[in-house]
Design a protein around this ligand. Structure first.
Ligand code: AQP
Length: 336
C-alpha cells in the first residue's frame, strides 16, 4: 500500500525561518514522490499564542503560499487549513481522555513556553497542544511524519496514544506513525546563539533567517553570525557550534557533504565561508520568495486550492472519527 505522509506548520509568522524550510519543508516536497502526502497550515495550534485576528488570517495564507512556492504540488498532495476540517478539534477531545496529566506535563515545549509566558500568560491550549498534534496525525492514518528534531517528543506522544487506542479499542483503530527526521538538518541553530534552535518566535530577529527576507538582509545576518575565536573551519558541534551550523546550512543547500566543504575551505577565513554561504542561500531562496509573492497576490486562487484540499482531507478525517467513535460506543447518528 502507498505510504501516507502528514505534516504541518503553524502560521505564527509572515515568513518561515530557515529551520522550518530545511528541517521540514524541503523533506515535504521530496516525500511527495511515491507517497500520498497531506500537509496542513495548523491555525488552531497558532491560537495558543493569541494572535491578532487580521494577522492570523494573513499569516495563514502566507504560510500556505510558501508551501506551494517551495514545491508542494496540490495536484499530487492535499494542502489544507486545519480549522477548515473540524474533525481535528473533535478528535482532540477524544484523545485528551486517553492522555494522562503527567505525560502531557512532561512535554518540554510546554515547560519552556509556559516558563517564558508565566502562569498568567499560559493557557490550557498550550498544555493540550501535543494532543491536537496527535489528532492531526492520527486522523489521516499517517505512516510517516517529517519533522525537525524539536518535534520528536510530541511525535512520541502521538505514537503512545495510537498504541493506547489500538490496545483499548482493538487493533487497526488507528495507524501508529513513524517519524521521518533527516539527521543532517534535524536542527538548524540560531545564528546569534548557535546552541538554541532557530525559531520563528525567537526573542531576537538577528539570529533568524526568514526565507522571505530581502537578499541584503539574509547576507547581513550570515555575515554577522556568531562563530568562535579559532580560525579553523571544521565541523565540531560541541566546541564550534556557530561554524558547524553554517556548514550544515551550506551542505543542505548545495547537497555536498560537510567534509568536502571543509576541505575546500582549508586555510581560509570565516569571512570567505560566510560570503559564499550568503550567495548560496540568497540564490536558492530567490525563486521561493518570488513564487510566494505570486501566490499572495492571487488570494482567490490560493483559497480555492485550500478549499479543495479541505474537501479531500475531510473525507478521510470523518471516516477515522466515525471508526474511533463507533468503537468507543458513541451512538452513530441515524440516517433519517
Ligand atoms: N530550527 C529548526 N531546525 C529544524 N527544523 C525545525 N523546525 C522548526 N524549527 C526548526 C521544524 O519546522 C516545522 C514547523 O513547525 P511549527 O510551525 O509547528 O513550529 P515550531 O516547530 O515550534 O517552529 P518554530 O519556528 O520554532 O515556530 P514557533 O516559534 O511559532 O514555535 C516542524 O516540523 C519543526 O520540527
Amino acid at each position: 500500500m502507498t505510504q501516507r505522509v502528514f505534516s504541518a506548520m503553524q502560521p505564527t509568522s509572515d515568513s518561515l525561518q530557515l529551520g522550518n524550510y530545511l528541517g521540514a519543508l524541503v523533506q515535504w516536497v521530496a516525500l511527495q514522490d511515491g507517497r500520498e502526502a497531506i500537509y496542513s497550515v495548523v491555525d488552531l495550534h497558532a491560537l495558543t499564542v493569541a494572535p491578532d485576528p487580521a494577522t492570523l488570517t494573513r499569516r495563514t495564507r502566507a504560510t500556505a503560499a510558501q508551501f506551494l512556492a517551495a514545491g508542494v504540488d496540490p495536484q499530487r498532495s492535499t494542502l489544507f487549513v486545519q480549522s477548515h476540517v473540524p474533525q481535528h478539534a473533535e478528535l482532540t477531545w477524544i484523545l485528551s481522555t486517553f492522555t494522562g496529566m503527567g505525560e502531557a506535563g512532561r512535554m518540554t515545549q510546554f515547560k519552556d513556553k509556559s516558563a517564558k509566558a508565566g502562569q498568567s500568560g499560559t493557557n490550557v491550549g498550550l498544555f493540550t497542544y501535543p494532543v491536537l498534534m496527535a489528532a492531526d496525525i492520527l486522523l489521516y492514518d499517517t505512516d510517516v511524519v517529517p519533522v525537525g528534531e524539536d518535534q520528536r517528543q510530541h511525535l512520541e506522544l502521538s505514537r503512545d496514544l495510537a498504541q493506547r487506542l489500538n490496545s483499548r479499542l482493538g487493533e487497526g483503530t488507528v495507524t501508529v506513525p513513524e517519524p521521518h527526521i533527516v539527521k543532517e538538518v534535524a536542527k538548524i541553530y540560531d545564528l546569534q546563539d548557535p546552541t538554541a534552535k532557530m525559531s520563528k518566535s525567537s526573542s531576537s530577529p538577528h539570529g533568524v533567517i526568514d526565507i522571505l527576507d530581502e537578499p541584503q538582509e539574509i547576507a547581513k545576518r550570515i555575515r554577522s553570525a556568531v562563530t568562535d575565536t579559532e580560525t579553523v573551519i571544521r565541523f565540531d558541534r560541541g566546541s564550534k557550534p556557530g561554524v558547524s551550523n553554517l556548514l550544515t546550512i551550506y551542505s543542505a543547500f548545495t547537497g555536498r557533504p560537510v567534509d568536502d566543504i571543509v576541505a575546500d575551505y582549508e586555510g581560509k577565513m570565516y569571512g570567505h565561508l560566510k560570503g559564499d554561504l550568503a550567495d548560496v542561500v540568497v540564490g536558492a531562496l530567490a525563486p521561493v520568495r518570488e513564487a510566494t509573492m505570486e501566490w499572495i497576490e492571487s488570494p482567490e486562487k490560493l483559497d480555492s486550492v485550500l478549499a479543495q484540499g479541505a474537501a479531500k482531507a475531510s473525507v478521510i478525517a470523518q471516516a477515522t472519527l466515525e471508526r474511533i467513535g463507533g468503537r468507543m460506543g458513541l451512538l452513530p447518528l441515524a440516517h433519517r
